[in-house]
Write a protein that binds this ligand. Structure first.
Ligand SMILES: C[S@@+](CC[C@H](N)C(=O)[O-])C[C@H]1O[C@@H](n2cnc3c(N)ncnc32)[C@H](O)[C@@H]1O
Length: 261
């Protein structure tokens, strides 16, 4: 489902200036890729699924990686043209794509997989990525854990100010059967989590327009993801907590590094 049409203007600033400094994240990912690089080669090709504005890809390009960015949202890809070569951008759904080539690394960063609401979509994503990897190379993705989503729904709203505008972010737990339209219900999740994004945008006359957007996310237990990756013939190299290294039941953001054997 296409999301972030309005929030996109503020996305990089909230995510990368405030929540997760870009250099830390790119350094972390670069170390992982080098650790699992089965060759001496420096020039490594990465397919970044759900690449968003391409802000991460831009940093990887500086490190001599070749990046292809895939996203379902045309507006995101238009913005990504500032960061990734246009010919390396593809508009596609990460649960169903065929690029007719393989990439050394498939990356799905910043809990983007959580935008897939159903378990069937997560399974399809694993299938697609397996197909686009050569043997011995890796898929890296991270999730927001269920523990993290439950915490965010309990927390107070988050507020940010940009230029003259203000943004309020809140998350609610939703019941799929009550919330989704009839067509969405066919493969609906039982529950999912929904960001309610309120943007108070200053108009030329000094008053504020309220614009709202919702972004839906979901997650699944780590043991279930592990089992499915093994079913899909991936070898689990590492599962790690982005903040503390070792994963425990209170981990909030967890990375999976898996290889195709
Ligand atoms: C969290 S944002 C992008 C994050 C980006 N990876 C980064 O690290 O900055 C999530 C992105 O997932 C994309 N997305 C959501 N569902 C998708 C799908 N089914 N296929 C491809 N992209 C999808 C959205 O359009 C959005 O750009």
């Amino acid at each position: 489902m296409e999301t972030y049409n309005i929030f996109l203007e503020y996305y990089d600033k909230i995510v990368r200036w405030i929540n997760s400094p870009l250099d830390e994240e790119v350094g972390f990912l670069d170390d992982l890729i080098q650790k699992y690089n089965p060759t001496e080669r420096k020039n490594i090709s990465i397919l970044e699924t759900a690449c968003g504005t391409g802000i991460v890809a831009k940093e990887f390009q500086k490190l001599w990686y070749t990046i292809t960015g895939l996203d379902i949202n045309k507006k995101m890809l238009d913005k990504a043209k500032e960061n990734i070569w246009e010919e390396n951008l593809v508009l596609w759904d990460m649960t169903d794509f065929e690029l007719n080539k393989k990439f050394d690394v498939v990356l799905c960063n910043y809990n983007s997989i959580c935008h897939l609401l159903t378990w069937q979509e997560w399974q399809k994503f694993f299938e697609m990525t397996y197909k686009h990897l050569p043997p011995n190379w890796i898929l890296i993705f991270d999730i927001n854990t269920l523990f993290e989503f439950e915490n965010i729904t309990r927390e107070f709203a988050q507020f940010y100010n940009f230029w003259d505008d203000s943004i309020c972010l809140e998350m609610f737990k939703k019941n799929g059967q009550d919330e989704l339209s009839w067509t969405d219900k066919r493969e609906s999740p039982v529950v999912f989590y929904e960001w309610l994004i309120k943007i108070f945008k200053k108009a030329p006359d000094g008053r504020y327009d309220l614009i709202t957007e919702t972004v839906r996310e979901n997650s699944f237990p780590i043991h279930m993801i592990k089992k499915e990756l093994k079913n899909k013939r991936f070898h689990i190299e590492e599962i790690l907590d982005f903040h503390y290294g070792e994963v425990n039941h209170e981990s909030e953001r967890v990375y999976f590094v898996v290889s195709k054997k």
